[in-house]
Design a protein around this ligand. Structure first.
Ligand code: UDP
Ligand code: MG
Length: 333
């Protein structure tokens, strides 16, 4: 639940981490250096998204050595969206920055973001250019954003990701949105408020591997298209209507030709084409409807977004049982 701002803390930095053991130390050093330069009172909220490497051990050590570090660790991998939500819920600052742990979001930019925030902007978005990215990925992203802008009710900006600074009221508005299927890029647009973008040069990740393969990106893309509106359903209605009208015109034409030229027996090619085209459209439509029904089913279960294994408070209170390294067991019930 929303904790609201705690007086004194000016800025909270929320960092979702999944298997970032290799880079988290370097990231933390760079981040604290940048934050100390701003001269503001700060806290860092790490969220360990069920990492299987030594990320959690690193976070424990960081939290033990600095009171400004807090962390939440999930019982398994729940995805970046859930991790960001947990981080936003933890945050207590008057402004909250969201950052990746792989140093792709340069901490030095925080200074500029705070500056813009002081000018009254509720959302300050650092928008990366696509330098150093594959031609194919850039091209696919361009087409995707164009399609999304065309189909969706909220406008997404290419390169504007999760690296942003939010005011407390923007964070509180985000936390009021209860959906399980979270598509943050859309949610950020949906809440509105005064937003400013500035561009920075894309940086490659410092170490470790990206968790976004082609397939995961595709799924994310479909989520984005479907999560925000019911336009695909409207599209199905339009397609059906146009097909019906063209079928009607074609039927009239056949009837007319039969009257004028006598009954002819045209090949079955037209029939096959019509049947195949129609079944294709029907299948797509059923798929689209099914996707929405699936989402309703998912939302109606009202499950929590994540399960917490441990937090820095539990660690400090010594209430964490020291089991051997976690293993996955398959239980049959
Ligand atoms: N991340 C996460 N859970 C996941 C996948 C990623 O918390 O299931 C975190 C990851 O640790 C990183 C950020 O989200 O801090 C961005 O991930 P990544 O660098 O893999 O994505 P990319 O930069 O390639 O888009
Ligand atoms: Mg990255």
């Amino acid at each position: 639940m929303s904790t609201g701002a705690v007086p004194g803390i000016r800025i909270s930095v929320v960092v979702p981490c999944f298997n970032e053991g290799e880079v988290i130390g370097a990231f933390h050093t760079a981040l604290t250096a940048a934050l100390e330069k701003t001269g503001e009172h700060f806290e860092v909220c790490y969220v360990d998204d069920g990492s299987t490497d030594d990320t959690l051990e690193n976070l424990r050590a960081l939290a033990a050595s600095s009171p400004q570090v807090r962390y939440t660790s999930f019982s398994r991998n729940f995805g970046k969206e859930a991790a960001m939500l947990a981080g936003l819920r933890m945050s207590q600052g008057a402004a909250v920055a969201l950052m990746d742990a792989d140093l792709q979001h340069p901490p030095e930019l925080l200074h500029r973001m705070l500056e813009l925030h002081r000018h009254g902007y509720d959302q300050v978005v650092a928008q990366r250019d696509r330098a150093g990215e594959g031609i194919l990925r850039t091209a696919v992203s361009r087409v995707y954003y164009r399609a999304v802008r065309h189909f969706m009710d909220v406008g997404l900006v290419d390169g504007a990701g999760d690296f942003r600074l939010l005011s407390r009221r923007a964070v509180d508005s985000l936390l009021l949105l209860p959906e399980s299927n979270r598509f943050s890029k859309g949610l950020f647009c949906w809440i509105g408020f005064d937003t400013v973008h500035f561009t920075y040069q894309n940086v490659q990740r410092a170490a470790g591997r990206s968790k976004w393969g082609g397939r995961r990106l595709l799924e994310y893309g479909i989520d984005g298209l479907l999560a925000f509106n019911t336009r695909p359903l409207r599209l199905a209605i339009h397609a059906g209507l146009w097909l019906f009208l063209s079928a009607l015109a074609y039927a009239l034409w056949i009837a007319g030709a039969a009257v004028l030229n006598g009954v002819d027996t045209p090949g079955y090619a037209t029939l096959i084409v019509a049947v195949v085209a129609l079944s294709g459209i029907q299948l797509v439509t059923v798929g689209v409807i099914g996707e929405y029904v699936g989402r309703i089913y998912h939302e109606s279960k009202r499950r929590p977004h994540y399960v917490v294994r441990e937090t820095e408070r539990m660690a400090a209170a010594g209430s964490i049982a020291r089991f051997p390294a976690p293993t996955t067991r398959t239980a049959r019930s």
